[in-house]
Design a protein. Structure first.
Length: 118
């Protein structure tokens, strides 16, 4: 069973940094990618960043490119999302999702709240 668990959220001021972590149970040899999404109040869930588990190639949404960095720690089945220059519009619940090779299903974590104030 694959179960991602997020950590690292909190309340910060604009311009600050945070690091989110996602650690997933299961066999990492089955992982295809680990992806971060976020959902702000009243809005739909949106893609933030993803990283291929095998190649380590990252992708970012335009809204976070240049400010966020995604990186994986193979040995710990963990992906970190380093968020710099945070802005109030980054306020959201951040979710981690794991996709497996050969499957369209995604396994979701419970989410972690990030609040950025002026």
């Amino acid at each position: 069973q694959v179960q991602p668990v997020e950590s690292g959220g909190g309340s910060v001021q604009a311009g600050d940094s945070l690091r989110l972590s996602c650690t997933a149970s299961g066999r990492s040899s089955d992982f295809d990618a680990m992806t971060w999404f976020r959902q702000a109040p009243g809005l739909e869930r949106e893609f933030v960043s993803t990283i291929s588990w095998n190649s380590g190639v990252p992708y970012y949404s335009d809204s976070v490119k240049g400010r966020f960095t995604i990186a994986k720690q193979n040995a710990e089945n963990t992906v970190n999302l380093h968020m710099n220059h945070l802005q109030p519009e980054d306020t959201a619940v951040y979710y981690c999702a794991v996709s497996l090779r050969g499957s369209a299903r995604m396994y979701w974590g419970q989410g972690t709240q990030v609040t950025v104030s002026l």
